[in-house]
Design a protein around this ligand. Structure first.
Ligand code: ZN
Length: 79
């Protein structure tokens, strides 16, 4: 493999990563969600509370501890 091949490959990978990251950031910025149960704004940056949140996204309301999926639908309330 020639050196410029590696360069093109790396550039492509970095471009793909950067593009994906940009889309992800825009998605996060646009999705300012609030709790469907109590209306509390959900934190944009959170540590996933469980494996489903890690895999699929979603939040836990800091006020009433309802779980909300990535579409803002209530999953379950632990209260
Ligand atoms: Zn809530």
């Amino acid at each position: 493999m020639e050196l410029w091949d590696v360069g093109v490959l790396m550039a492509g990978m970095m471009g793909g990563l950067a593009g994906g990251f940009a889309v992800w950031m825009i998605g996060l910025a646009a999705a300012r969600r609030s709790c469907p149960e109590c209306g509390q704004f959900l934190p944009r940056w959170r540590i996933p509370a469980n494996r489903r949140q890690l895999l699929w996204g979603g939040d836990t309301c800091p006020q009433c501890h309802c779980e909300v999926d990535r579409h803002g639908q209530k999953v379950e309330c632990s209260r």
